[in-house]
Structure formats: C-alpha cells, structure tokens
Design a protein around this ligand. Structure first.
Ligand SMILES: Nc1ncnc2c1ncn2[C@@H]1O[C@H](COP(=O)(O)OP(=O)(O)OP(=O)(O)O)[C@@H](O)[C@H]1O
Ligand SMILES: [Mg+2]
Length: 262
C-alpha cells in the first residue's frame, strides 16, 4: 500500500473554508516534517494564491503547465509540480480554464477516474506523505474525480445559520459514491467560529446528533489574520505565528497526522 495519503477538501457550500484549510493544513503538515503536495482543483485559483502573488498565479494559469492541461491530456502530474517557497511543500497549480473541465471529461472513457490516473505514479512513488486536493464548491463529474482520487475527505463547515444547510445532501452524495471510491470522511471541520454568536453552538449540537460523523476536536475561529495572510500570499503561521488560527491549524495538523497514521 502506498504511504501517500490523498485527502480532499469538499463541500458544495461555497466559502466554507476549503481552500483556507487546504493551504494552512498543508503548510502545518510540512512544518511537522511531512512531505506534502497540494493540488489546486478550482478555477478560482485560491489555493495557488495562498502561496504565490497574483502575477505568478496568472502566469502559471496561462502556461500549459497546470492541472487543466494535465487532465485534458491525461498526463502524469509529476511533470506539473511547482515548489512553493516552503520546504516539503509543493503545488500543482490550476487554471481559469478549469471552468471547462466538466465539458472535457464528458467525452472521456472512465471519466470519473482521470485525476486518479494522473496522480497514480506520484502516489505509487510514495515520495509524498500527503496529497491535499482543494475542490470547487460543486458536485459534478470533476468533484467526483477528486473524490475518486482520494483516500479521505475533510468537510469544512462554516459555523453559520446556512453552514449546515445542504450538509445532509452532501453526506448522501458521498454515501452514493461508495461504489466508485473508497474515500472515507475523515471528519467535519467547523470553521469561522465566532463565540460572540450562538450559531456555533447550534452547529456543534446538530453535528453531534449525526452519530456516524467524526467532528474534529479543533475548530477554526474567525480570525482576520487569515485574510491578511491570504492578501500577502502566505500561510497564516508565516504571516503571524502568534495569531489564534495559526495555533488551531497546527492542532488540526496533529489530529490529521494521528488519524492517518498506519
Ligand atoms: N477562520 C476564518 N476567519 C476569517 N475569515 C476566514 C476564515 N476562513 C476563511 N475565511 C475567509 O472566508 C472566505 C472563504 O474561505 P475559503 O475561500 O477558504 O472557502 P472555500 O470553501 O474554499 O470557498 P469556495 O467554495 O468559493 O471555494 C475567504 O475570503 C477567506 O479569507
Ligand atoms: Mg475554495
């Protein structure tokens, strides 16, 4: 069995914290000495923007060395890896053209497994401890590709009145995927917790009532440093080590590491 664990971040609810979690968990795992490859699976390019400035991200998006061309040509993603400024942390950049990926996949054989195939040699090689894939807020064939390429799914849920809306459908969707993928839900991560508001308690109570769902012990509180860090294209721990969310992402990395240990 490959030692590389593939984890994706999925929730069709937009703005739930998928890209933020993918970027910061990636950084924290790498600073624990783990070798991490992140895959920007979204045309919004938010994961790439978490590490590189706009000009660099757009240049990567306009080149042919990005996820869109790899998937379209069913290429080995090993040739599309970019080093981030941080040790042990690499990225496969995305493209605005990912908006067309559903259309490209439509005519392909085994269309649900194209990403899995593109990642197979990196996974078999076992050089990375983790591959983290940021998914867009949709549930189409492309996200099915992401799920089919994954061993585990982390579902970030915003602690807000609408954060839980649709979550039952998402879990039903993930349940229906079990014939195609062995990907299991590692856990729900509650994000943007604001203790001045009551929603997060409701969110917790409701999630606790779903007995079969693991909820991470770590929550991510609302923290304006996250947005400042993103503006500076840096992980929050690099931007401001003392800030609350920096410690929370470090704790989350420990939980994920423990969960994934074999
Ligand atoms: N803990 C937090 N505190 C404050 N702001 C946050 C926090 N987490 C995320 N944000 C902000 O919320 C917005 C949405 O976060 P993010 O982009 O990570 O969500 P997403 O699920 O990836 O969104 P999409 O579905 O559009 O891909 C971003 O502007 C981000 O800066
Ligand atoms: Mg995102």
């Amino acid at each position: 069995m490959s030692k590389t664990q593939v984890i994706c971040f999925a929730n069709n609810k937009g703005g739930s914290g998928k890209s933020t979690t993918c970027a910061n968990l990636g950084y924290e795992l790498s600073s624990l000495g783990k070798k991490v490859l992140m895959v920007d699976g979204d045309m919004q390019l938010n994961l790439s923007l978490s590490f590189f400035d706009e000009e660099t991200v757009l240049a990567m998006a306009e080149s042919e060395k990005n996820l869109y061309y790899a998937v379209r040509g069913k290429k080995d993603l090993k040739d599309y890896i970019v080093n981030t400024p941080y040790e042990n942390l690499d990225l496969i950049p995305s493209s605005i053209l990912m908006s067309q990926v559903e259309y490209e996949l439509f005519t392909m054989m085994q269309r649900e497994f194209v990403l899995k195939k593109c990642l197979s040699s990196i996974k078999e090689e076992g050089k990375y401890d983790y591959i983290l894939i940021d998914a867009p807020p949709t549930l189409g064939t492309w996200v099915i590709n992401i799920l089919c390429a994954s061993d585990k799914v982390i579902v970030p849920v915003e602690a807000s009145p609408w954060g839980l809306f649709g979550l039952a459908n998402l879990f039903e969707f993930l349940g229906n995927m079990s014939e195609m993928t062995e990907a299991e839900v590692m856990g729900v991560l509650i994000t943007k917790v604001d203790e001045r508001k009551n929603y997060y308690r409701q969110t917790l109570e409701i999630l606790d009532s779903y007995e079969s769902i693991n909820v991470f012990k770590t929550y991510i509180h609302v923290d304006s440093s996250i947005e400042w860090a993103q503006d500076a294209s840096k992980p929050v721990s690099v931007f401001k080590k003392s800030t609350r969310s920096s410690k929370e992402f470090a704790e989350l990395a420990k939980e994920v590491k423990k969960n994934g240990s074999r």
